[in-house]
Design a protein around this ligand. Structure first.
Ligand code: GLC
Length: 464
């Protein structure tokens, strides 16, 4: 197996070490490689770092696809689909939500047998629901089909049932008036309380990306046609809403600064009743003249002005941001490089929350103290998305610059999970080392710099 993984020989020492780490992290089930462990050396006793996380597998899956190691991705997609059926009913709920788990593991028994175990949020720290998992699964299936031409896998009845049920979950009407998806706190890569309940950008970008993928993968039938039609309408609404209301640049900030409030009716300019007083101090002089970004979250009377890297980068890669907005996001990176990239690409959220705000919104979480972990830490796992967004906007210079910063440090520090400090200068206080997606992200970034169009399968179709 490992011979195949090494089929494309990595060129640098760091690339060789990253490749080695991914190979060692492989999990097998019924004799086949089906996923990668999250980390090979865990700082805490948190035993789930030995699991394969669906979201963490994405950069590993991209590495395997780039290297022609399609079987691993196919096995992963099959196993993750099977695991949905392991979900136990939650008492008091009508049916199973049929989400994908956050993570799974293979347990070996004394008699030599194996069984699959999964965490659907029912075991996770804080009992957070992994809403992003099912969307990442759909996106990886799309990537696999486009790379291999193996449309038969997606057409398989079990896969079609899975896709149909995921689209059903995504389009399910709840207590909502917005086209965005409403989710609980910690339901995505940021899987702890961080004031990210509601309509976080990362979920909206994934929602957009998976609606595109579902339209491509789900075969039209009597049962699916109405859903597919609804999906097209929802995507149009979502796109317009995010591009208009999540967008922030100097012109928009000026508008918000002078917003009229308390306006009732269909034509209100400030429909969500955002109070200009909620604009934070740090923002006004920080936002460059020729840059912009998509807001972190938006709801009634609420604008989360923090910059969330993953959501912005995915919005560029999927084409949820317009080409002009995408350029402006990369301009912001360039203008605020030390805050948003600094000593390790890239900062997860800017700026950190401190004091009372940290107490109230994180529940005084010591792992998320200011400029650490999710609360303003720097995450090398996002390097692939940064390189992907930079290449898509023709900013290969930024992708290369980020890679040059990351590569020697990641190798020397043994692939930490995250870095701390305003500029990401310190290794994360409680960071694991040998974190698989930190290594995979470096290899994907290299691959994208070599072949900028390799993520084109995720770009929205013409006209969206
Ligand atoms: C942390 C991260 C989460 C990741 C997991 C495994 O919980 O917040 O995004 O999937 O670690 O690496």
């Amino acid at each position: 197996m490992s011979e195949h993984v090494l089929a494309l020989p990595p060129q640098t020492e760091a690339m060789r070490a990253a490749q080695q780490l991914i190979t060692e992290s492989l999990i097998h089930y019924e004799g086949l490689p089906v996923g990668t462990r999250a980390a090979l050396s865990a700082w805490t006793a948190a035993e789930n770092y030995a699991d394969c996380f669906i979201r963490d597998f994405v950069p590993s899956g991209l590495v395997f696809l780039l290297q022609g190691r399609h079987d691993v991705v196919r096995n992963f997609l099959r196993v993750a689909l099977r695991i949905r059926d392991l979900q136990e009913e939650i008492e008091g709920h009508r049916g199973l939500p049929r989400v994908m788990p956050a993570s799974f593991r293979v347990e070996r028994h004394l008699d030599g047998g194996e069984s699959l175990h999964a965490d659907f949020g029912d075991r996770a720290i804080g009992r957070v629901a992994p809403v992003d998992s099912m969307m990442w699964w759909v996106l990886l299936l799309q990537a696999y089909v486009r790379e291999t031409g193996d449309t038969a896998l997606a057409a398989d009845p079990a896969f079609q049932r899975g896709l149909q049920s995921i689209l059903g979950v995504l389009l399910n009407d709840r207590f909502e008036v917005f086209p965005t998806l409403l989710v609980p706190d910690g339901s995505f890569m940021i899987d702890r309380r961080m004031g990210v309940y509601g309509h976080p950008l990362e979920i909206q970008a994934l929602f957009f990306g998976s609606l595109n993928a579902l339209a491509e993968l789900l075969l039209p039938s009597e049962a699916t046609r109405p859903m597919l039609e609804q999906a097209v309408k929802r995507r149009a609404q979502l796109t317009e809403y995010v591009r208009q209301f999540y967008w922030l640049d100097l012109a928009r900030l000026n508008d918000i600064h002078r917003y009229e409030t308390e306006a009732f009716g269909q034509d209100a300019v400030n429909p969500l009743n955002i109070y200009p007083e909620s604009i934070p101090d740090w923002l006004v002089d920080w936002l460059p003249d020729a840059g912009g970004y998509l807001l972190g979250n938006l709801g009634p009377g609420r604008m989360d002005f923090r910059f969330f890297a993953f959501g912005n980068l995915l919005a560029v890669i999927f084409g949820l941001a317009t080409p002009t907005q995408s350029d402006a996001i990369m301009n912001l990176y360039e203008a605020q490089w030390s805050d948003l990239v600094g000593r390790m690409p890239v900062k997860l959220i800017y700026p950190a929350m401190a004091g009372l705000e940290w107490q109230l919104l994180t529940g005084s979480d010591p792992k998320n103290t200011p400029w650490s972990y999710h609360n303003g830490g720097n995450w090398p796992a996002l390097l692939w998305a940064f390189a992907g967004a930079a290449m898509r906007t023709g900013r290969g210079d930024l992708a290369r610059r980020a890679l040059e910063i990351a590569e020697p440090r990641l190798l020397a520090d043994d692939w930490p999970e995250y870095y701390d400090g305003r500029n990401g200068r310190l290794i994360g206080r409680r960071a694991n080392t040998r974190q698989t997606w930190s290594a995979a992200a470096l290899l994907v970034a290299h691959g994208l710099i070599r072949e900028p169009d390799r993520l084109a399968f995720w770009a929205a179709p013409e006209g969206v």
